[in-house]
Design a protein around this ligand. Structure first.
Ligand SMILES: [Fe+2]
Length: 427
């Protein structure tokens, strides 16, 4: 029997470090070459789980039926996958961390754990899991781990070290798209719009090619443009990449598209029929609660399209989840802690009941990380709260929210405009 699997597995993991879509085909090749090997099946399972959708998760995990882990690391992966598919994403994260303590060079555990920290909004571990592993890496992979470190540091607000690690990663591999993405987040968080645009444009060949971050980096590029009121640029990004014909229907890509459309919506820009296409795509998906971050973006699409009945149905599913006796699991926790309040706030926004938006969302505005994503992604909800505070005449809150934004991003055109919008209310 050919024993090429270890080689193919390492190739697949290298593809994952580079966010290269070839990871999928290479994983299948590894499974085909050594049907008895556990790790290719584990990677197949993780690819499904990391898509953040129930259908993909179960499809991926099906590959592990009958698979027998043999080593301690393999048993840890089996346990992590089992916990994740059963809904305890936090347990999966802890299991991978425990395994990494014994085997810090288990790159798959590190990569998957990093994505879990992102899904769970655990900024500290997004930074520290990588920091614990970094001393054990050398060569090309150390460069990629530095890129991961840059993202964790950025989400923790350590922008200076994030830049240092991100640039070191790019010294190692100028095509490292996760490092490019991390440095883009630094520019976004510091409100460095021109610098952010310049950096992304200079690096365009690295992220606009066929990578798993092409759509997401396009979204980041559009956010910088939006800050400069480039609405046409946003539409171009939406129509060619974010909702274009070759985009597919992954929830994470659809979330980015809806998030950009909602920002335009908040600014009073007519987005044409783009909401309808997106709402149709969300309506075609399994609506049973799995990852509330995605549900909130489905709500943006339904509400943006004026389809309030579908929005109310999705909200009712979240309410049922939280009310169900004996609720537990990571998605239950995220929904109960902040997701449901934000969902109620979004429905209220759709009804133009801005006082209710404030009542639902203001109390949880510091807890949004529990439902995952990055600061930049969750900002769509923070902006919604600010716009509603202005429209509801909650001037003190609106002024505080503007001041917070301007303290973080002194050059922010958008925050400055919102502050201006407040002035008439003060007179
Ligand atoms: Fe991002």
């Amino acid at each position: 029997m050919p024993q090429a699997s270890p080689h193919l597995m390492q190739a697949a993991i290298d593809h994952l470090f580079r966010f290269d879509p070839l990871v999928v085909a290479t994983t299948h090749s590894a499974m085909a070459q050594d049907p008895e090997a556990f790790m290719p099946k584990a990677l197949r399972g993780y690819l499904g789980l990391m898509a953040s959708e129930r259908r993909d998760a179960f499809s991926g995990v099906r590959a592990l039926q009958g698979a027998r882990p043999e080593t301690a690391e393999e048993r840890a992966h089996a346990a992590a996958i089992d916990a994740w598919i059963k809904g305890d994403w936090h347990a999966a994260s802890r299991i991978l961390d425990a395994s990494l303590a014994e085997a810090p060079t288990d790159a798959l555990a590190l990569l998957v754990g990093h994505q879990l920290d992102f899904f769970l909004g655990e900024a500290r571990n997004l930074r520290d899991r990588v920091a614990r592993a970094l001393p054990h890496y050398e060569g090309e992979r150390r460069g990629y781990v530095l890129g991961m470190s840059a993202f964790g540091l950025e989400e923790c607000g350590d922008y200076r070290q994030a830049e240092a690690d991100g640039m070191a990663a790019l010294d190692s591999d100028p095509q490292d798209v996760w490092a490019i993405h991390a440095l883009t987040h630094v520019n976004e968080m510091l409100g460095r719009t021109e610098a952010g645009l310049g950096f992304l444009e200079a690096r365009r060949p690295s992220w606009a090619r066929d990578t798993l971050l092409r759509i997401h980096c396009t979204w980041h590029r559009a956010l910088f443009g939006l800050e400069l009121m480039d609405h046409e640029g946003s539409f171009a990004a939406l129509d060619t990449v974010l909702t274009g014909p070759d985009t597919g229907d992954s929830a994470l890509s659809m979330a980015d598209a809806g998030s950009l459309l909602w920002r335009l919506h908040l600014d009073g820009v007519d987005v044409g029929d783009r909401w309808t296409r997106l709402a149709d795509a969300w309506a075609a998906k399994d609506s049973a609660p799995w990852y509330v971050f995605n549900d909130l973006h489905a709500l943006l699409a339904f509400i943006g399209a004026g389809r309030m009945t579908e929005a109310a149905q999705r909200l009712a599913e979240l309410e049922d989840l939280v009310r169900a006796p004996g609720g537990e699991g990571s998605n239950w926790l995220a929904t109960a802690t902040a997701g449901l309040a934000v969902a109620r706030g979004l429905l209220a926004f759709g009804r133009q009941d801005h006082g209710a938006v404030v009542r639902h969302m203001a109390p949880v505005r510091h807890q949004l990380s529990i439902f995952g994503g990055s600061h930049a992604q969750r900002d769509v909800f923070q902006r919604t709260l600010l716009v509603s505070a202005i429209r509801a005449g909650e001037t003190a809150l609106a002024r505080n929210l503007c001041a917070e934004r301007l303290a973080d991003r002194p050059a922010s055109v958008w925050a400055g405009l919102q502050m201006k919008a407040l002035t008439p209310l003060d007179r």
